[in-house]
Design a protein around this ligand. Structure first.
Ligand code: FE
Length: 140
């Protein structure tokens, strides 16, 4: 699912072709006991699903784009919710006409490469559901 090398508290991570980014990164965090961290990187995908929150309705609208795109920016964080790895990732994706779309990433399918830096912050950070916003916020 991935290969990696560690330098200090940072992992240099390459996801295998055709994997789900969320599945592969979740497995990596679980297998390396990462309780909190930051993620940044780039890659290419054949499909990506974004999740848009309508704050008034506290409802999500998901939309999938089935096309080859470059992930020009992957920016996210790692925490835990109820003991399980919890990823919060935003991406910007560049289309074949060089325009960009982006948002909160639900998941995407790697098609080409995905190169990440994962910084292990070495401290437990949890999340809890905030009824006011309907979001799983940091529980610090
Ligand atoms: Fe988000």
């Amino acid at each position: 699912m991935y290969t990696y090398k560690k330098s200090g508290n940072t992992y240099i991570l390459s996801l295998d072709n055709h994997v789900s980014l969320v599945e592969a990164l979740t497995a990596f965090c679980r297998e390396h006991d990462i309780l909190s961290g930051s993620v940044r990187g780039l890659g290419a995908v054949s499909s990506a699903t974004f999740r848009y929150l309508n704050p008034a309705a506290k409802a999500y609208v998901d939309r999938t784009f089935d096309e080859q795109m470059e992930l020009t920016c992957i920016e996210g964080n790692i925490s835990r919710k109820d003991g399980q790895v919890y990823l919060h990732i935003h991406v910007t994706a560049s289309r074949s006409d060089y325009s960009c779309i982006g948002g909160h990433l639900l998941d995407c399918r790697i098609n080409g490469a995905c190169e990440l830096f994962v910084e292990d912050l070495g401290v437990a950070v949890g999340r809890r559901l905030d009824p006011a916003t309907g979001l799983n916020l940091y529980d610090l």
